[in-house]
Design a protein around this ligand. Structure first.
Ligand SMILES: [Cu+2]
Length: 243
C-alpha cells in the first residue's frame, strides 16, 4: 500500500463509520415517524398537542429543546473545525510560511517530502519546493516548468479516451511543487484528482497551489472545476509521476 493510499484509506475508515451512524439514526427516525404518525383515511383526528390556528404551539416553547438545538450543532461545528484545522492549514499553507514546505529549493536540492502523522492529522512536509507555472485558457491547460531540470518537471502531450489530446505534466515522486497560476480569459480551476487539491485561476491575478507528489502518487487526470464555457467538461490534462 502506498503512502497516498494509506492516507485516503485512513480517512475512508473514519468517515464511513460516521456516515453509517448518521444514516442509521436518520432512517430509523424517518421510518418510525412515517408509520407511527400515519393518519387513518377519513378517520377522526384528535389534537394531542392542542394546536390552534394562529397560536404558537406550546410544545415548541421548550427551553431544554432550544438549548439542545443550539449547543449540539455548536459542539459539532467546533469539533469539525478542530479536525480540519491542520489539513486545511497544510493544503493552503502560505508561500512565505516555511513550516510545511520550507523555502524554494536550490539547484540539485530535493524536497524529500513525506507524510507526517496519520488519519485526518496526516500532512505532507517538505524540506524545500520547486516553482512551476500553470495557465488556464478556454479550453486548455498550459504547464511551464520554468528553470527546473527535465528530471524534476517536464511536459508532453497524450491522447486519452473522452478528452482527446491533452497536455501531460511529468513530476517526480518525493518532490513538492508550488504552481503559480493564472488565466488568460475567464476563471478556471485545476483539480488534481489523486492529490485531492484544486484552486481557482483568475484573469490578471496570480493564485498558487501546492502539488505534493509523495511516494506512491499515481498518474492521474487533471480537470477543470470552474464552469468556463462550452468545452469546460473536456478541459483536461494528465499528471504523470515518475520516481
Ligand atoms: Cu476551465
Amino acid at each position: 500500500m502506498t503512502i497516498q493510499n494509506a492516507l485516503f484509506d485512513g480517512l475512508w475508515d473514519y468517515y464511513i463509520w460516521i456516515s453509517l451512524l448518521v444514516s442509521i439514526f436518520t432512517f430509523t427516525w424517518l421510518y418510525h415517524h412515517s408509520f407511527w404518525y400515519l393518519s387513518d383515511k377519513g378517520g377522526e383526528h384528535d389534537n394531542p398537542d392542542e394546536i390552534e390556528v394562529g397560536v404558537f404551539p406550546k410544545h415548541n416553547d421548550d427551553m431544554k429543546l432550544e438549548v439542545a438545538w443550539t449547543v449540539a450543532p455548536f459542539l459539532l461545528i467546533v469539533w469539525l473545525t478542530y479536525v480540519s484545522w491542520l489539513p486545511l492549514a497544510s493544503v493552503w499553507a502560505p508561500v512565505d510560511d516555511p513550516d510545511f514546505h520550507g523555502y524554494e529549493c536550490e539547484e540539485g536540492e530535493s524536497s524529500n517530502n513525506a507524510l507526517v502523522g496519520s488519519g485526518y492529522n496526516a500532512i505532507v512536509e517538505s524540506e524545500c519546493y520547486h516553482v512551476m507555472e500553470i495557465t488556464g485558457k478556454q479550453w486548455v491547460w498550459q504547464f511551464d516548468c520554468l528553470e527546473l531540470a527535465t528530471e524534476l518537471c517536464d511536459t508532453s502531450s497524450q491522447t486519452i479516451e473522452v478528452y482527446g489530446t491533452v497536455p501531460v505534466l511529468h513530476l517526480k515522486e518525493g518532490e513538492t511543487y508550488l504552481a503559480i497560476m493564472t488565466s488568460e480569459d475567464v476563471t478556471h480551476a485545476p483539480w488534481f484528482l489523486g492529490l485531492g487539491t484544486k484552486e481557482d485561476v483568475l484573469y490578471g491575478q496570480d493564485t498558487s497551489l501546492w502539488l505534493t507528489v509523495v511516494e506512491g502518487t499515481s498518474d492521474q487526470v487533471i480537470l477543470c472545476t470552474e464552469y468556463c464555457g462550452d468545452a469546460h467538461s473536456v478541459m483536461a490534462a494528465m499528471l504523470n509521476v515518475h520516481s
